[in-house]
Design a protein around this ligand. Structure first.
Ligand code: F6P
Length: 344
């Protein structure tokens, strides 16, 4: 078989491990593996490279994606979907493995419904895809954020300061809750729970009154004030990408100033940003990405298209792309309740 593979959307640690797994397994079984460059853009322009064993050597520990990525949406271009189908034929492909998050896999689903044989692999540091317990990349992002919180703890304590840490998480607070729990945050603010500034200040003041002169507040970039405060998302730029997303950022700075004004405690803000997406994947993500890559190749050979590989109750399985992108997986309230026990 001739199997194409592309990586789309924001990059994340573990992408190269999937590319390596699909290529190694494919070549072992006599396939030719074609790397499509720059995500869906490559399926429009035809930019590609044949993936040999040599091309995927030494990739396992490397962050980013050797295939490059983009947030191109073929359905936003005149005749884009037709161009994708044409490229598929021109490259002589039998199947396409799509490694992406909700946007990239949403495109995969539409193309599958138009007759393209695709298999999806769930990737995003945000961990917000349905149908899978975890996406790869998430564990690495949580590990990086937790280490940052640990480091901020010591300096917060020395200076008797409040430290606000802004982490990624456009629609959901998975990174915030996991890193906040692991790092012992005193308050965690997430998109799923719009918040009141008075309540935030109260938590910090109460903590101070029981002798704790420093606080760590973790906030997801997509967190917002409760509507009572007429809040809206903090954005760096109103400009939208091909999937209609604005560039988030700024909630941390806003919160830091409000906390200082309302509590009188000196406050500093750290925005972790793309540091969370860069560098080497954790062992957990390398293994998960490898298992997903092998499963994706199996699905291709079994002719099971329109599916996404998934981790279900610890086992590698598959779900339909339709179910995976139907709705975002938000932070479950049970987990947030556990984090709440340690607030203040
Ligand atoms: O979707 C993953 C993600 O890292 C989000 O958490 C974040 O909002 C977004 O990508 C940032 O995108 P970009 O790299 O295009 O600025």
């Amino acid at each position: 078989m001739r199997v194409g593979i592309l990586t789309g959307g924001g990059d994340c640690p573990g992408l190269n491990a999937v590319i390596r797994a699909v290529t190694r397994k494919g070549i072992q079984e006599g396939d030719a593996i074609v790397g499509i460059l720059h995500g869906w853009k490559g399926m429009i322009t035809g930019e590609h490279e044949e993936l040999t064993l040599r091309a995927v050597t030494g990739l396992l520990h490397k962050g980013g994606t050797i295939l490059h990525t983009s947030r191109t949406n073929p359905f936003m271009e005149e005749g884009g979907a037709e161009k994708v189908k044409k490229t598929f034929g021109y490259l002589g492909l039998d199947a396409l493995v799509i490694v992406g998050g909700e946007d990239t896999l949403g495109v995969a689903l539409k193309l599958y419904e138009m007759g393209l044989p695709v298999v999806g692999v769930p990737k995003t540091i945000d961990n917000d895809l349905s149908g899978t317990d975890y996406t790869f990349g998430f564990d690495t992002a949580v590990t990086i954020a937790t280490e940052a919180i640990d480091r901020l703890h010591t300096t917060a304590e020395s200076h008797d300061r409040v430290m606000v840490v802004e982490v990624m998480g456009r629609h959901t607070g998975w990174i915030a809750v996991h890193s906040g729990l692991a790092g012992g945050a005193d308050l965690i603010l997430i998109p799923e729970r719009p918040f009141h500034l008075d309540e935030v200040a109260d938590v910090i003041i109460k903590r101070h009154s029981r002798g704790k002169n420093f606080s760590i507040v973790v906030v997801a970039e997509g967190a917002r004030l409760d509507s009572d405060d007429e809040g809206s998302l903090a954005v760096q730029s109103e400009e939208v990408d091909a999937f209609g997303h604005v560039r988030l950022g700024g909630i941390g700075q806003f919160l830091g100033k409000e906390i200082e004004d309302r509590t009188g405690f000196e406050t500093r803000v750290t925005v972790l940003g793309h540091v969370q997406r860069g560098g080497s994947p954790t062992a957990h993500d390398r293994i998960l990405a490898t298992r997903f890559g092998v499963k994706a190749h199996d699905l291709v050979h079994e002719g099971k298209f329109g599916l996404m590989t998934a981790l279900v109750d610890g086992r590698i399985d598959s779900v339909t792309l339709k179910d995976a992108v139907a709705e975002l997986k938000t932070v479950d309230s049970e987990l947030y309740s556990i984090a709440e026990i340690f607030f203040g």
